[in-house]
Design a binder for this molecule. Structure first.
Ligand code: ADP
Ligand code: ADP
Length: 228
């Protein structure tokens, strides 16, 4: 589903954030990326939907070369959902409207179909009773679950998570991880940057360990967490 080959990223300020990173992620796989702060995890994730361009190397997603001449990057991006540390919901729109907005804007789907889908997703993330609430009326954990529903409403083939629980109070981390676990169980292809080692052990098919811009270790959680 994703094949990254020799990806280098040098930021305009000269920071060499990714050094020949190669990784492939199969359909239905859950890959967790860990490593110290500043090691390039977030940069790598962001190159996968071209929030960051790469300096050299290649990234192929669902058999489409992201940097191909004829590639419609916006089209490709629609298939890649992303959830960030901050939820970035629109404050003046209800939770349900937040979920519906992107597909209404970029797809040709009928409003009624999008609405039904959005309602089903709100139910799936455990917020059926909260659809009409505004973000300020929701806890951090609830807002992050809305953000997950919002990404899913685009019918992505891949979901990227960049430290989705890092901004949450500890008691809300579990409810967000539970939603992610159920997505994983349903076979969603997921790439997750997180410090939640329990999640990595339990849910990941593979763990990637990054340090100083390099992908140093790639292993199953069983093997990875055995090696100190
Ligand atoms: P973070 O600071 O991002 O939370 P750590 O650097 O503490 O992550 O590492 C998390 C896990 O990775 C720990 O279980 C640790 O034992 C393991 N680990 C750390 N460094 C390496 C390494 N060089 N090779 C393999 N595993 C490592
Ligand atoms: P991580 O997610 O592992 O904490 P990042 O991908 O955020 O690491 O950062 C990797 C390196 O790239 C760091 O040295 C960071 O300072 C640098 N970096 C990140 N974003 C930018 C940017 N927009 N401009 C310049 N340097 C950046």
């Amino acid at each position: 589903m994703i094949i990254a080959k020799d990806v280098d990223k040098i930021y305009p300020n000269g920071c060499h954030a990714l050094k020949k990173v190669s990784a492939s992620i199969k359909k239905g796989e859950v890959v967790v990326i860990i490593g110290p702060s500043g090691s390039g995890k977030s940069t790598f994730l962001r190159t996968l939907n071209q929030l960051e361009t790469i300096s050299s190397g290649s990234i192929v997603i669902d058999q489409v070369d992201m940097y191909g001449k004829n590639t419609n990057i916006n089209k490709l991006r629609e298939h890649v959902g992303m959830v960030f540390q901050s939820f970035n919901l629109f404050p003046h729109k209800s939770a349900l409207h937040n979920v519906m907005m992107a597909p209404l804007k970029v797809s040709k789907r009928a409003k009624s179909e999008v609405e039904e889908h959005a309602k089903a997703l709100m139910k799936k993330v455990g917020l059926a009773e909260r659809m009409n609430n505004y973000p300020s009326q929701l806890s951090g954990g609830q807002q992050q679950r809305v953000a997950i529903a919002r990404a899913l409403c685009m019918k992505p083939k891949i979901m990227l998570f960049d430290e989705p629980t890092s901004a949450l109070d500890p008691e809300m981390v579990g409810e967000v991880l539970d939603v992610m676990k159920s997505l994983a169980k349903e076979g969603m292809t997921m790439v997750v940057v997180t410090h939640e080692m329990g999640f990595a052990r339990e849910v990941a098919d593979r763990v990637l360990f990054m340090e100083d811009g390099e992908l140093l270790v790639e292993d199953t959680p069983d093997k990875f967490f055995h090696n100190p």
